[in-house]
Design a protein around this ligand. Structure first.
Ligand code: ADP
Ligand code: MG
Length: 725
């Protein structure tokens, strides 16, 4: 037999054919390694033996939940099949000395041949009352001598149809036997010793086949270390050479004659174009950026600020000052709608300054693109705004010094790497650019470190003055009159409205809408789609005079932009869309947002959506429409009505969804973790990564071992995923 390695496809394992391959792919399992790393998400503990009589103890049994019980006993009636009706279930009694219970098996006639009267066996099942008699339906049963005590903590895997936990267990056993010893540990020896860790192969064994729950817990702890070190260090190794010195241009000279008189005059003119004064948080953030731009150490800064806090202005000013100093700056936006909007804002800011920004989108005509490229190459265009169309190779910058990414998490890691525009020069140093990231997602500091490396952060907490609080209401029926009334009052006042839906049409959900709770809603009849909503709005008698339009991600770019422009211009009064508008659309005249099936969205998403309104000086309302009566949904709606603080809501989101499902990890562009929990294990992440970094910096044998292991394991664990996200 050919040797099988961790990187081999799963189909190389005995018993995995094309049908299983397809199903495993749904679980994100492609290689033998993926299979091993697919550890159970929880365990059923069958090892605590009970007695049949314990069912009768008051309070132990209840009609809704029945009674879960593991016990050993003797088969006390004949397990024969009813010959006259083979369809009838197989039933027999088992007695454990404290009492007896009836076991009933459907579609399991073969058991009749396997068990006979008097056999000692182990049983685990759920006892329920049926026709006045306690019984277990389809319990797990095995002959007592065949049961090993260490098989009684049963792994439970996140599964897909057609694959059972037993399948996984069997395949993992084979995989472990064939190449378990290829697994390398990325944990420093000192930590492993202190913690009493075992070999990674043994840890995976303990996770898949634990003898006790404690063993499973220990395995998970060790694997969390492996995973977090891999992620934290591996990401850095993956996206940059390690230990090379990077230098960026000094954009602003630090000396007394840094900014010349003429430049200062233009700068004042530009600030006059702002039309408002910066909030003190904006001022502080911009000062941070200016300081960074005075150094040749590449800026690596994150601006965190709630939606509407005015991050864009800080970015715009940073670009303009870079351009004033004769260097180039790029602003990357995740959507063309957003890029066009930024272009407008910045054009206004740069009026009469003698400079003009350029805009480059995927749909920009080739002739126009050539012209813009020419301007970029000659350096006559210094403020450059666009989407990832800017990341193609045919663009040559003259003197690029600053790259800003808006809502960065929307870019994949691969793209992120390109954003840094690194270039190795002759003397071995790497020429880099200053890098600024803007995000409205509140990211805990430790998590940011894992994702972005060692980043400086500027936080904008205040909202610009004069903003009105948004009033948020929970509407518990889609038929509520309140919806139509709110709409007609606001429309009559000349204002505009957003309506957000969780899906596009009957079957289709927005691609990549991982913000939806409970997975895709396509096909779920109870969820109102964009197109259904459009029909509903058109048929509301009070509203028929107002124009409405739909907007969703898979529309043609051109149509999307046109729709947005018409909405901003006021031609369209009611915009019915998916979460595409979550990112950055700015229309101060739209003061009402109606979110249909609001229970389907996470708190962070709801908050981001709501940030689209309340941008002008009018009173704004957000209606959360949901017919869900689930406790969790109602709690989330309540939170939204009570709080308008993004940071607070993010924390609550975490609390409500539970630590197992850290909100938006996918939004941050990091792959799903199997053992680690990004919230509760953050301390592990920072401590372990720091330790590894120290060792690698010091060099030596252990450093070499770790470097090598991290490289190999990262390749197996994350490399493929890096291309995808
Ligand atoms: P963010 O990008 O943080 O979501 P924006 O930069 O888009 O927020 O700003 C939201 C709105 O507030 C924009 O219309 C912008 O012109 C306006 N704005 C920004 N800063 C101020 C300020 N200091 N005073 C008044 N309005 C401001
Ligand atoms: Mg923004």
């Amino acid at each position: 037999m050919a040797t099988i390695h961790l990187s081999n496809p799963v189909t190389d394992l005995y018993g995995i054919g094309p049908a299983a391959e397809e199903k495993l792919a749904k679980l994100d399992i492609y290689t033998v390694y993926d299979l091993i790393a697919f550890i159970p998400w929880r365990y059923d503990d069958w090892s605590q033996l009970g007695t049949i009589s314990s069912i009768d103890i008051p309070g132990s049994y209840n009609d809704n939940q029945g009674y879960d019980l593991s016990f050993r006993g003797t088969i006390s009636t004949n397990p024969t099949v009813n010959i006259t009706s083979r369809k009838k279930p197989l039933s027999f009694f088992v007695n454990d000395g404290t009492g007896r219970i009836k076991l009933t098996f459907f579609n399991s006639q073969y058991l009749a041949g396997k068990f006979s009267l008097g056999d000692e066996c182990f049983v685990h099942g759920n006892a329920t009352l049926f026709n006045g008699q306690m019984q277990m339906v389809n319990p797990y049963i095995e002959k007592a001598e065949k049961i090993e005590d260490n098989a009684l903590v049963r792994p439970v895997y996140h599964l897909t149809a057609g694959i059972t936990s037993n399948n996984i267990s069997k395949w993992v056993r084979t995989a472990m036997k064939l190449c378990g010893d290829e697994l390398l540990s990325v944990i420093p020896k000192s930590i492993a010793e202190e913690k009493g860790f075992v070999s990674p192969g043994r840890a995976y064994e303990m996770a898949h086949f634990p003898a006790t729950l404690e063993e499973a817990r220990k395995a998970r702890e060790q694997l969390a270390y492996e995973e977090l070190i891999l992620l934290g260090i591996g990401m850095k190794l993956y996206s940059s050479g390690h230990g090379v010195k990077e230098v960026a241009e000094q954009v602003i000279p630090s000396g007394p004659d840094g900014i010349g008189r003429e430049q200062a005059a233009r700068w004042n003119l530009i600030k006059g174009n702002l039309g408002f004064t910066l909030t003190s948080d904006q001022t502080a953030a911009f000062r941070d950026v200016q300081t960074d731009l005075m150094s040749t150490v590449p800026m690596n800064r994150l601006i965190q600020g709630d939606v509407g806090s005015g991050k864009t202005m800080v970015a715009a000013l940073s670009m303009v000052i870079t351009a004033l100093m004769g260097k180039q700056a790029v602003l990357l936006a995740p959507t063309s709608v957003l890029a066009s909007q930024h272009y407008k804002t910045i054009s206004r800011l740069m009026q009469n300054s003698g400079m003009e920004p350029v805009l480059l989108l995927g749909k920009t005509k080739p002739s126009e693109k050539a012209e813009i490229n020419e301007k970029i190459a000659s350096g006559s265009a210094r403020v450059i705004i666009g989407t990832h169309a800017l990341l193609t190779d045919d663009i040559r910058f003259k003197d690029l010094a600053l790259v800003i990414a808006d809502e960065q998490h929307r870019f994949g890691v691969k793209q992120r790497e390109k954003l840094l525009f690194k270039d190795t020069v002759n003397d071995g140093t790497v020429k880099s650019v200053h890098n600024l990231i803007m995000t409205a997602t509140p990211i805990p500091r430790t998590l940011a470190m894992v994702i972005y490396g060692d980043m400086a952060t500027s936080v904008i907490r205040q909202k610009p003055a004069g903003r009105q609080e948004i009033t948020t209401w929970f509407v518990n029926s889609k038929k509520s009159k309140a919806i139509e009334e709110m709409m007609s009052v606001k429309l009559a006042a000349g204002e505009q409205i957003y309506i957000v839906c969780a899906k596009i049409d009957k079957d289709e959900t927005e691609a990549g809408s991982d913000n939806l709770i409970g997975g895709p809603v396509g096909g779920d009849e109870s969820v109102t789609s964009v197109f259904e909503m459009k029909k509903m709005v058109d048929s509301m008698s009070d509203l028929s005079q107002y124009s409405s339009a739909v907007l969703y991600g898979s529309m043609k770019e051109k149509e999307k932009l046109e729709t947005m422009e018409r909405f901003i211009a006021g031609d369209i009064k009611i915009l019915i869309s998916t979460t595409v508008i979550e990112v950055g659309v700015d229309n101060p005249n739209a003061n009402v947002m109606i979110i249909m099936d609001a229970d389907r969205f996470g708190l962070s998403t709801l908050h981001q959506l709501r940030g689209r309104i309340g941008r002008g000086d009018k009173k704004s309302f957000c209606l959360l429409v949901s017919e869900s009566r689930s406790e969790l949904a109602l709690q989330r709606m309540k939170m939204m009505c009570e709080s308008s603080d993004g940071f607070e809501l993010a924390e609550k989101d975490l609390e409500l969804r539970g630590p197992g499902d850290f909100y938006g990890t996918r939004q941050h562009g990091i792959p799903t973790l199997r053992a680690a929990n990004l919230y509760t294990d953050m301390k592990i992440a920072s401590e372990a990564t720091e330790a590894v970094n120290r060792i690698i910096e010091e060099g030596g044998e252990e450093a070499e071992r770790l470097n090598d292991a991290i490289k190999k394991m990262f390749e197996l664990r994350f490399a493929r995923k890096m291309e995808q996200i």
